[in-house]
Every structure is written in C-alpha cells, then in structure tokens.
Design a protein around this ligand. Structure first.
Ligand SMILES: NC(=O)c1ccc[n+]([C@@H]2O[C@H](COP(=O)([O-])OP(=O)(O)OC[C@H]3O[C@@H](n4cnc5c(N)ncnc54)[C@H](O)[C@@H]3O)[C@@H](O)[C@H]2O)c1
Length: 251
C-alpha cells in the first residue's frame, strides 16, 4: 500500500472517538496498520467495522496493567510498533473550590499519567524497530490558560513537558516525541462542555470568538498535524509542541 505511513504499525490510544478516531481513519488511509486502544467498547466496535484488518484493544489508559496488556497485544497483532499517538483525554470544568481531590487525580491520571504509561510500555518496541514516533495530544489550554480548568490545563502543560524531556533521551534511539495543541475541536468532549452551559449557544459563540480564524476545528484538521508529526516529512522535528488552534494562543 502507498501513502505517507505505508507499512507503519501505530498504536493509537483514545482512537474510538473524536480526534483519535479521525487520526485512525487518516492513518489507515495513508497505509498504516493501527491498534486502537480505548475504554469505550461500543465505539471501538464501530471503529473495527469501519477499519477492517486493524486491531481494537479495550482498556483504561490510566490503568498500568491495562496499558501493558494493550501494548503487548498491539505488538503481537502488528508484529512490532513504529509509532504511538496518545489521544485519550477528559475535560473538567470546575471552580477550584468545587474541584475535589479525586477530580484532580482523575484528570491527571487520564491526561498525564496515562500517556506516560503508554510511552513507557511502547518504548522498548520502538527501540527494537530501530526508531519511531510518539505524538501526544496536549491542548492549547496547556499553552495558554483557561479559567475553571486548573486540572485540565496543568495536565496538558505537563504532557508537553513530559514529551520534551523524553525527546532528549529518545533521540539516541531514533525516536521522535512531539505534542500537538488543539484549540476547540468539534467532538463529544467539546460538545459536552458547551451543552453543560446555561446558554449553550452563547457559550459556543464565546468560544468561537476567541479564535483568530473565528471557528471551531474539525477533528480531521488535528489528525492532519498528527500525521505530519508521525510521517517522514517531519524527520527533523522533535521535542516541540505545535499549536493547531486557529490562532488562539498567539494573540
Ligand atoms: N475537542 C477539543 O476541543 C480538544 C481541544 C484540545 C485538546 N483536546 C484533547 O484531544 C484529545 C481527544 O479529545 P476529543 O475531543 O477527541 O474527545 P472525545 O471524547 O471525542 O474522544 C476521546 C477518546 O478518548 C477515550 N478515553 C477517554 N478516557 C479514556 C481512558 N481513561 N482510557 C482509554 N480511553 C479513554 C474516549 O473513550 C474517547 O474515545 C484529548 O486528550 C483532549 O483533551 C481536545
């Protein structure tokens, strides 16, 4: 098969919906074989039907045993690993006084510890393949803060620094590690925060107006950046965070 990722074997965490799903579709279209890891088994079944010949692995990215099992299963099914995309994530909109310790720990576990567990478990296989790529889906909220999202912003900024730190030691093994920082993207995660507002239409307009491009992104627009960071066209790029945010964070 031809394409920018022909023959590449990629594990995508959070592949069942939203940005992860768009990435899975794009990667398969570019010739990759993917292992899709996600906690949503129903959405994973839909993905399996849409992308036959690929692998689906149910599990929670914040559970070390589940991550180890999923990475092993991905390696067995694909015959090795050339890349990882960490797209699983959750949002939390809460005033600091309303946020419980359990809330904070859950956001950090899913958005920061989870991707680190996936990178750690996949690392020996990327080394064994003679190199590879890791792309972590952070957020523009990890570049420029948003109110009432203390845990979310901290988790996403932390993920960018984890990517940069790992990029230094991984370079010796031909492994590149980068992050993408999306602005608002039309997914279930985004919709649920809008729908939770007292006036969802006004909330949507307030978000849209923050962007220089004056619109919310489609998941495929983020997948395109993840593709670029995974493919050979970005061969001299590592340890960076790319804002794909319609211009929110530069102004
Ligand atoms: N949508 C946005 O506006 C936006 C903006 C910036 C960053 N992001 C980030 O992009 C990533 C993808 O978000 P999305 O908008 O596509 O959301 P989404 O809810 O559409 O998809 C997230 C996927 O991750 C999976 N997931 C969540 N928690 C998991 C867990 N513990 N274990 C395994 N899988 C889990 C979900 O089942 C789902 O399939 C997230 O990290 C999110 O923080 C989203």
């Amino acid at each position: 098969m031809s394409g920018a990722l022909a023959g590449r074997r990629i594990l995508i965490a959070g592949a069942a919906k939203g940005i992860g799903r768009a990435t899975a579709e794009r990667f398969v279209g570019e010739g990759a074989r993917i292992a899709a890891f996600d906690r949503d088994e129903q959405a994973l079944s839909a993905l399996a039907a849409a992308l036959p010949g690929n692998v689906t692995l149910p599990g929670d990215v914040a559970d070390p045993a589940a991550v180890a099992t999923a990475v092993q299963a991905a390696v067995s099914a694909l015959g090795g690993l050339d890349g990882v995309v960490n797209a699983a994530g959750i949002d939390l909109l809460a005033d600091i006084e309303a946020m419980t310790l359990a809330d904070w720990q859950h956001v950090i576990a899913v958005n920061l510890t989870g991707p680190v567990l996936v990178m750690q478990a996949a690392y020996p296989y990327l080394k064994a393949a003679g190199g590879g790529t890791i792309v972590n889906v952070s957020s523009a909220a990890g570049l420029s803060p948003l109110a009432r999202r203390t845990a979310y912003c901290a988790s996403k900024a932390g993920l960018q620094m984890a990517s940069k730190a790992l990029a230094i030691e991984a370079a010796a093994f031909g492994i590149r590690v980068n992050a993408v920082c999306p602005g608002a993207v039309e997914t279930d995660l985004f919709r649920s925060s809008i729908d939770a507002a007292a006036d969802p239409q006004a909330a949507y307009e307030a978000v849209r107006a923050r962007y220089a491009l004056q619109r919310v992104a489609e998941p495929a627009e983020i997948a395109a950046a993840i593709l670029w960071l995974t493919g050979d066209d970005s061969s001299y790029v590592t340890g960076t965070s790319i804002a794909v945010d319609g211009g929110r964070t530069f102004h």
